[in-house]
Design a protein around this ligand. Structure first.
Ligand code: SAH
Length: 236
């Protein structure tokens, strides 16, 4: 299971992810930028298996839906135990449930969540979770888009990844996150790397000019033009 590797630095973000299928989270949380941020102690991430809080011989975590609808529902008790085991240990800023009917995740929400100290992300599966958890323990519900995933794990991974790259020090060039799309309501300008000429496909001359002022003006103009063309609603 994916555990935080190093002692957490003071003030760093802690994310506890509660899941019935923790294997789904292994790869996205253990490579590249997220892995490096964990190794540096910028973020502490721990994945908790709901099954560890289940009782009985088969450690059952799901059951049939009351009312006879199709699909299994994650049971109230194991999730209750998993959440309260954490909330007993420390204060959480938000206990978040990933859900297609939640508030739509976007960059401003990511910016604000990345400044928090302790977050719980609860993943549903199958038909969802027993609604009493949402009524009594959840403080915020987030959707990553108007479509339905099989489980909250991919949504939790997307949110975690988005928050982690906003933590100062997570990206090698600290200003890099600020020039990404959606920061300042603008899309990112196009980016290129070597070679300057590939089979006659050329990198814009201005980027090779070495004139930082000119380059930055060109990038600003490109960002604005791309936003106008592709996502005009962001400019409103
Ligand atoms: N029956 C539910 C969908 C269940 S999908 C409904 O119609 O609303 C199973 C789980 O996947 C959900 O409980 C949720 O945790 C996760 N999930 C699915 N789509 C999601 C989305 N767009 N954003 C965030 N989580 C999602």
């Amino acid at each position: 299971m994916a555990k935080g590797k190093y002692i957490r630095k003071r003030g760093s973000l802690r994310i506890d992810i509660i899941s019935g299928v923790p294997q789904l989270l292994e790869s996205p949380l253990n490579h590249s930028i997220v892995k490096r941020a964990r190794d540096k102690g910028l973020v502490y991430i721990e994945v908790h298996d709901i099954r560890d809080y289940a009782t009985g011989k088969y450690r059952k975590i799901d059951d049939y839906c009351y009312g006879g609808n199709a699909g299994m529902v994650l049971m109230v008790e194991p999730i209750y135990k998993a959440i309260t085991a954490l909330t007993k240990q420390r204060k959480y800023d938000e206990v978040i449930f990933l859900s297609p009917d939640g508030e739509q995740f976007d960059q401003p929400m990511a910016n604000s969540l990345s400044l928090k100290k302790n977050l719980i992300l609860l993943c549903g599966h199958y038909k969802g979770i027993d609604h009493r958890i949402r009524e009594h323990l959840i403080t915020k519900e987030i959707s990553i888009g108007n479509y339905v995933l099989s489980g909250g794990e991919i949504a939790a991974a997307a949110i975690t990844d988005t928050l982690v790259r906003l933590i100062p020090g997570a990206l090698t060039d600290e200003t890099s996150a600020l020039t990404d799309s959606y920061q300042n309501s603008l899309l990112s300008p196009p980016v290129y790397t070597r070679p300057a000429n590939f089979k006659g496909w050329k990198v814009p001359d201005v980027l090779l000019s070495g004139d930082h002022n000119k380059i930055s003006k060109w990038q600003d103009a490109q960002a604005l033009a791309r936003t106008k063309a592709l996502r005009p609603e962001l400019l409103k």
